[in-house]
Ligand binder design. Sequence first.
Ligand code: PMP
Length: 341
Amino acid sequence: MAFNTDVIEAIGNTPLIKLKRASELTGCTILGKAEFMNPGQSVKDRAGKWMILEAEKRGDLKPGGLVVESTAGNTGIGLAVVASARGYRTIIVIPDTQSKEKKDFLRLCGAELIESPQLPYSNPNNYQHVGRRLADQLRKTEPNGVLFADQWNNLDNAKAHYESTGPEIWQQTGGKIDGFICSVGTGGTLAGASRYLKEKNKDIVTACADPHGFAMYELFKNGQAKSTPGDSITEGIGLGRVTPVVETAKVDTAFLVSDEEAVTVIYELLEHEGLCLGGSTGVNIAGAIQLAKQLGPGKTIVTILADSGSRYLSKLFNPEFMRSKNLPAPEWLEKRSKIQL
Ligand code: PMP
């Protein structure tokens, strides 16, 4: 018999899927790491697993303890999945702009949700500061202690990808990989995977795909964290400052991806390849296409299929929402999205 002893063991070891259209378009082999197939349906299950298990090893999390985190949603889901399996409670602070599907799923996973207004990081009431203050406050009264997961500063977040995502990609490609690219929320995925792959072969071109309105494009392209103009509907990505996690990345270059490019990729994948994925994955794949064009045909490029499109039915897959953002949506979406409960 072969089985996982619990849900935590079922995190990772996701398939690599060839992205047909992106590959045909560029003459390269573009592969997506199917992170939406994790138990919590996103790449952040790995961070949740590592942040909790490493904290246990250090003695920072005791039986019956409480996990607190500020998150755009997916890290919270990853933490809640792992915490349930280990008997911890979770409190999640989330910006109120995030999708209803993510919030509902978090509650369903047993997390207590605190919605916080979307404010810039420089504002003391930004959700990241609210989460930290809440954890400090709760530490005074929680009998079994509090872990503030702190994904932007917690190097266990990047370690998850250094110890799992990177090695899996290396093994699955048999070392035949010329480029790796993904976008940045905390930078955990990019930092951990890029560092591992560069150690294996320094000639692998590692790259960041960034939506408009954030600082990672300028950082990895020109060495200085400076926001590009504009904004983005993509959730879970976009970082405006250099963090301890980002500092550990080994990245050669960067590509800027518009929302229009990203959502077009997502609709085409659903229409022609049976893959229903979230907006950040559109940024990743559009970035992989740009990287492939730069490297030339015949190369193998890996990117991340970060989360499931089912998390964005009310946004990316809702023609009305797309119209309100002046973004293109295919005609078939009108018909297909008339799903009623
Ligand atoms: N895509 C989605 C949908 C996410 O939720 C996140 C994490 N917030 C990322 C990409 C980026 O992952 P990381 O934090 O490892 O940079």
